[in-house]
Design a protein around this ligand. Structure first.
Ligand code: MF3
Ligand code: CO
Ligand code: CO
Length: 296
């Protein structure tokens, strides 16, 4: 089932069967190679730590709180509301449930959630600017509950959307759906990016390259990186127990971006609209489970 690079083992590397011997001294030339210890191989080769059922249960619980937070914010999103107000609602809900909002003080990030409006691609910092009729806003929520992270985001309309707003939000949502069709053991990280890129480009939109999905667990960002572009069959093979986000950022215009003076806010260089949807996924024996499931 492993393919391409996930199968490449150097002759002097530890044998993938987990014997502790060099590959060349063990299964490399054996008539009947022993089964591969995938968990040990992925830990050593990629620093990817497959999650136990207990760890998944923890992340599932955090995921439910993340979705509850997004649902709460949705009920408050309307013209006149400030992103600081949304931040404070999310922060309070996390606190009320004994959770920690992961962005707060993460690498110096000053707030508890990311709020990315219109041409802001991601990592928008909540402030006192009121939302306006016709805006789009992505709210990106990551909480830590009992040490386990879960990460999800959605883009919403503020009041009545323009045709451009409707288009970019529809395309971004469909990009995540396309990605989900690739989430199964035996497929690769490259298949995910390929599916997203193919759909986005078919709609005349572009894919942001500077920010990627990521492994997640007891840390916010773990290996592997999950680019939202790529070639079919490239990269690491998906195996059961992997947990990572997919979070395509899709621009109505060109893909290029710049970072604002606050060192966080990523903005489309051509100031075109950008939308994003994100979920945290577990690869299972026969496909995937979203740990932050919502309708797209
Ligand atoms: N939640 C974002 C992600 O999807 C990361 C935000 S980092 C922060 O990976 F510091 F800006 F919060
Ligand atoms: Co993420
Ligand atoms: Co996120």
């Amino acid at each position: 089932m492993l393919k391409n690079e996930s199968l490449k083992i150097g002759r002097n590397e530890p044998c993938p069967c987990g014997s502790g011997k060099k590959y060349k001294k063990c299964c490399m030339n054996a008539d009947t190679p022993k089964p591969v210890d995938v968990a040990a191989l992925y830990a050593r080769k990629y620093d990817i730590h497959l999650k136990s059922p207990e760890q998944v249960a923890g992340m599932r619980k955090t995921g439910r709180l993340v979705l509850e937070t997004i649902d709460l914010l949705e009920t408050h999103i309307r013209p006149g509301v400030t992103t600081n107000e949304l931040n404070d609602l999310a922060h309070q809900l996390a606190m009320d449930h004994g959770a920690i909002p992961a962005p707060l003080n993460y690498r110096g990030f000053p707030k508890s959630i990311c709020t990315s409006v219109n041409e802001v691609i991601c990592h928008g910092i909540p402030d006192d600017t009121p939302l306006k009729d016709g805006d789009i806003i992505n709210v990106d929520i990551t909480h830590i509950l009992d040490g386990y992270y879960a990460d999800a985001s959605k883009t919403f309309f503020v009041g009545r959307p323009s045709a451009d707003a409707e288009k970019i939000v529809r395309v971004a949502a469909q990009c995540l759906k396309e990605a989900m069709t690739m989430l199964a053991p035996g497929n690769t990280i490259g298949d995910i990016g390929w599916a997203i890129q193919t759909y986005a480009l078919s709609q005349g939109c572009s894919v942001v390259r500077e920010f990627v999905g990521h492994g997640i667990g007891r840390e916010f960002h773990e290996p592997p990186q999950v680019p939202h572009f790529g070639k079919k069959g490239d990269g690491i093979t998906l195996v059961p127990g992997m947990v990572f986000t997919v979070e395509p950022m899709i621009n109505l215009g060109r893909a290029e971006l710049f970072i604002a003076k606050d060192n966080w806010t990523a903005i489309t260089r051509d100031r075109s609209l950008s939308a994003q949807f994100e979920q945290t996924f577990l690869i299972t024996e026969d496909g995937y489970e979203s740990l932050t499931p919502f309708e797209l």
